[in-house]
Write a protein that binds this ligand. Structure first.
Ligand SMILES: Nc1ncnc2c1ncn2[C@@H]1O[C@H](COP(=O)(O)OP(=O)(O)O)[C@@H](O)[C@H]1O
Ligand SMILES: CC(=O)OP(=O)(O)O
Ligand SMILES: [Mg+2]
Length: 398
């Protein structure tokens, strides 16, 4: 019987990241990866399968339902990968709310429950729904699974999950959830595999991508995280504001007369690194810019990350290590150096050469805490969770 082939889909606000996996007996084996850039018209699909790279300009327009984009992408894959017919799909879904404690196979009921959570993640949830629906439209018999960012944080206790708001709101779902859970699950697994002693300790992981958050891990379990009810909370991001005095919202709405949509647009799309710098949302461009506003944006970014490390260390009752991951965390030594300079009082000291080389182990011999760089892989977690859910199901579906 042919090996089942899984396509993973990780939608962000500006890209859809794809992963192609053979679901071997021993676990998922990656055949390739791809990225669809939704910000540029015409759309492009960059793909790397079996070591062969291609960049394809899609004829599909970026329509809201993504039907044409998915149809063209899958047709391209079917045509160019005749040995790897896709038999199943695994999705990253950002919000699982109180309903999803772990990954699930997508049915009419789960799809409805995912859709009901859209108001809690307006930037991400609609993308997942569009992809799931587009695939159902063209391949109704192909099984699909959902892996939730929020599920990893279910181990957090009520001190963390409860806001200081009237009690009834908590029961209505107004809670601190936390996101980037697939990334944190991957990092916890990598730590357990490569640094078991540290993995058993108290570690803060800084996931610094376009969206960014930090998570406090104790023995690999999430105890606290900087993103809360929504993907706006915590540290400033590329275009999102991070934690903000709620009085600012009231002021914008009541005194400045902005409507809710205008405030939402400002907080999600025009704040963060872009808002502070007025130059770019892209941390690499800011690092190369030399303008004082760009420098200030990165200084505030690093400062707020360090403040969050200290806050999470309080939840953990101490700190044995910090791990940097995602685009900025993996590739920007200057950001890591600025964060660690603020954490010198906690005993953090970097080896400048190891840091400049983006090495795995970047702490100096004198450092009282470990400082590591570990590349994340959300697609691998989606593939592993899908493989577990679909075991025994796929051979019949092929
Ligand atoms: N090689 C690199 N060098 C410097 N910065 C990088 C590099 N790759 C990515 N980044 C930065 O990482 C951020 C995007 O991170 P990424 O994890 O790809 O985000 P997301 O998955 O949320 O879209 C951008 O600010 C970008 O400038
Ligand atoms: C949760 C979130 O912000 O995700 P991303 O970083 O992919 O935008
Ligand atoms: Mg991301």
């Amino acid at each position: 019987m042919a090996t089942p082939i899984l396509l993973t889909l990780n939608p962000g606000s500006s890209t859809i990241k794809l992963g192609l996996y053979a679901l071997d007996e021993g676990g998922p084996r990656r055949l390739g990866r791809g990225i669809i850039d939704l910000q540029h018209d015409p759309l492009s699909l960059r793909i790397d399968v079996d070591g062969q790279r291609a960049e394809i300009t899609l004829t599909a327009r970026p329509s809201p339902d993504l039907h044409e984009v998915m149809e063209e992408t899958l047709e391209w894959l079917a045509h160019h990968l005749p040995g790897h017919p896709i038999t199943a799909f695994g999705h990253r879904v950002v919000h699982g709310g109180a309903r999803f404690a772990g990954p699930e196979r997508i049915t009419d009921e789960t799809l409805e429950a995912i859709a009901a959570l859209t108001p809690l993640a307006p930037l991400h949830q609609p993308q997942s729904l569009r992809l799931i629906r587009a695939i159902r439209h063209f391949w109704p018999e192909h099984p699909q699974t959902a892996s939730f960012d929020t599920a990893f944080h279910r181990s957090q206790d009520e001190r963390v999950r409860r806001f200081a708001l009237p009690r009834a709101l908590f029961d209505e779902g107004i809670q601190h959830y936390g996101f980037h859970g697939l990334s944190y699950r991957f990092i916890a697994g990598e730590l357990a595999r490569t640094a078991p002693e540290l993995a058993r300790g108290r570690v803060v992981v800084a996931h610094l991508g376009s969206g960014a958050s930090l998570c406090g891990l104790e023995s690999g379990a999430s105890r606290d995280t900087t993103m809360g009810f929504s993907t706006l909370d915590g540290i400033p991001m590329s275009t999102r504001c991070g934690a903000l005095d709620p009085g600012v919202l009231l002021h914008l709405l009541q005194q400045r007369g902005l409507d809710a949509q205008a405030v939402s647009d400002m907080l999600y799309h025009r704040s963060g690194l872009l808002g502070i710098s007025g130059i770019s949302a892209d941390a690499r461009m800011l690092a190369e810019s030399g303008a004082p506003e760009a420098r200030q944006a990165l200084e505030i970014f690093a400062f707020r990350i360090a403040q969050s490390v200290a806050a999470l260390a309080t939840t953990l009752g101490g700190l044995d290590g910090v791990v940097f991951t995602a685009g900025i965390g993996e590739h920007q030594p200057a950001v890591r150096a600025a964060v660690c300079a603020h954490l010198a009082w906690l005993g953090a000291a970097l080896d400048p050469e190891a840091n400049a080389a983006n090495a795995t182990r970047i702490e100096a011999a004198s450092s009282r805490i470990a400082v590591r760089v570990i590349p994340t892989d959300e697609e691998q977690v989606i593939a592993e969770e899908a493989a577990t859910l679909l075991r025994g199901i796929l051979p019949n579906a092929v």
